[in-house]
Ligand binder design. Structure first.
Ligand SMILES: Cc1cc2nc3c(=O)[nH]c(=O)nc-3n(C[C@H](O)[C@H](O)[C@H](O)COP(=O)(O)OP(=O)(O)OC[C@H]3O[C@@H](n4cnc5c(N)ncnc54)[C@H](O)[C@@H]3O)c2cc1C
Length: 398
């Protein structure tokens, strides 16, 4: 027996859940389902990230990332306030560890100002006064950056979705489907479903879902695992802010950072190494299909050719803990090898174009009855609520 819905959302990460909630709020009488292949929501990127509410310092002015992240800070805090969920606006320092990094810091400062982000440039001395255990030749202070638990937010959204009459189907994998005149037929492991419209927020599987439903896309999701360590043996006031390095402008990842957690501890990470399975959280997780898909994609080799140096550096730092530590000790010299305890990894879904370019901005692709979120890397957790608003506006054709 099949069921017909006004709208279906595929993917129970924070983007899919925020979208399902937004659909409910604009169409309270609509019959809406959310399909998730795992046994619960937020099992992938939304439950395995740094937990940072990004202020929006880094992103190209005018981009979706810049706009949605800025709006997302306010929206995320408001959501937490409204529903009694925790967050903390602890602020962050982006630190240049030597004179050579100061021009990069100055570029970031200009970008933050262009994006209308509250930011202060500090001398090394001023930074060290704020954070005595940090070594800095100069720093930027972003006072509005914060931390939260995105998995808790996602679980709250899922509960609110079902309480408002939505159908949450877990343990159901979308395997394919096709558009028909009036909507689409979605094949799932729990049987076929019919919908007038569908939004795909499938994260690491975004490209496969888009192709399965006939969307014209020419990119591939390349999975980059981010490995973290939990800091032990250090005092609870090791640092009061989040501490970030100056990022390499050629790469979309922000570098190994020292992050305060909502439970009071700290993590360092994430690095960025190729994952051998899209949902592979350790070196032992290998999917022949996923790996063949990555290695058979010309865009992957073009990406590697452009970034060979940093790929080797990341790989060695993954394999040799001492090299990973070196990245952290550049700005926090107190941390020792014994202080790094194992912590769960995450895998980023990064869309890569055929020419080897990492697609930087959020990317949405539509067909007649579908909208696919094709690229939603960081800061998409921060930006989930404004992304959802954008998706629903596009879907309604408003
Ligand atoms: C290491 C790391 C650190 C990060 N740090 C931050 C940060 O500090 N701040 C920030 O804002 N962002 C951060 N991000 C980014 C952020 O976590 C993601 O951008 C965001 O969670 C994306 O949400 P999503 O819903 O699109 O994807 P996901 O959370 O990955 O959800 C996709 C869902 O789709 C489901 N799915 C896939 N295929 C199917 C199918 N065929 N059928 C049914 N279900 C399917 C999956 O099971 C999954 O639950 C980080 C990401 C990583 C990996």
């Amino acid at each position: 027996m099949s069921t017909t819905y006004d709208a279906v959302v595929v993917g129970g990460g924070i983007v899919g859940l925020a979208t399902a909630r937004r659909l409910q709020s604009v169409q309270p009488d609509a019959k809406i389902a959310l399909i998730e292949k795992e046994t619960e929501v937020a099992r992938h990127q939304s439950g395995r990230n740094s937990g940072v509410i990004h202020a929006g310092v880094y992103y190209a002015p005018g981009s979706h990332k810049a706009r949605f992240c800025r709006a997302g800070v306010t929206a995320t805090r408001a959501y937490c306030d409204q529903h009694g969920l925790s967050y903390e606006t602890c602020g962050k320092l982006i630190v240049a560890t030597d004179e050579g990094e100061l021009p990069g810091l100055a570029r970031l400062h200009r970008r933050a100002l262009e994006n209308g982000i509250e930011i202060a440039a500090l001398t090394g001395e001023e930074a060290q006064k704020l954070e005595p255990r940090i070594r800095a030749a100069g720093a930027l202070l972003s006072p509005t950056t914060g931390i939260t638990d995105y998995a808790a937010i996602a679980r709250h959204m899922a509960a609110a979705f079902t309480a408002a009459g939505g159908t949450l189907m877990v343990n159901a994998t979308v395997t394919g489907g096709q558009e028909t005149g009036a909507g689409l037929r979605i094949e799932t492991s729990a049987g076929p479903i019919f919908a007038a419209k569908a939004v795909f927020c499938a994260g690491l599987m975004a490209d496969r879902m888009a192709r399965a439903f006939g969307a014209e896309v020419d990119f591939r999701v390349i999975p980059f695992r981010g490995e973290y360590y939990r800091i032990q043996n250090q005092p609870p006031d090791l640092v009061r802010h989040l501490i970030y390095p100056v990022p390499d402008p050629a790469r979309p990842f922000l570098g190994v950072h020292l992050t305060r957690k909502m439970d009071g501890g700290f993590t360092v990470g994430p690095n960025a190494v190729l994952a051998l399975a899209r949902e592979g959280y350790g070196w032992g997780d290998i999917s022949v299909t996923d790996l063949a898909g990555t290695l058979g994609y010309p865009g992957f080799w073009r990406l590697i050719a452009k970034n060979a140096g940093s790929a080797v550096e990341e790989l060695t730092a993954s394999a040799i803990k001492r090299l990973y530590l070196r990245k952290v000790r550049r700005y926090c010299p107190d941390i020792a090898l014994d202080d790094l305890a194992p912590y769960r990894a995450g895998v980023r879904a990064q869309a890569v174009a055929r020419d080897g370019r990492m697609i930087d901005d959020f990317l949405f692709v539509e067909t007649r009855h579908t909208l696919h979120v094709c690229n939603a890397p960081s800061p998409a957790a921060t930006s989930a609520l404004p992304i959802a608003e954008h998706i629903v506006t596009r879907l309604m054709g408003a």
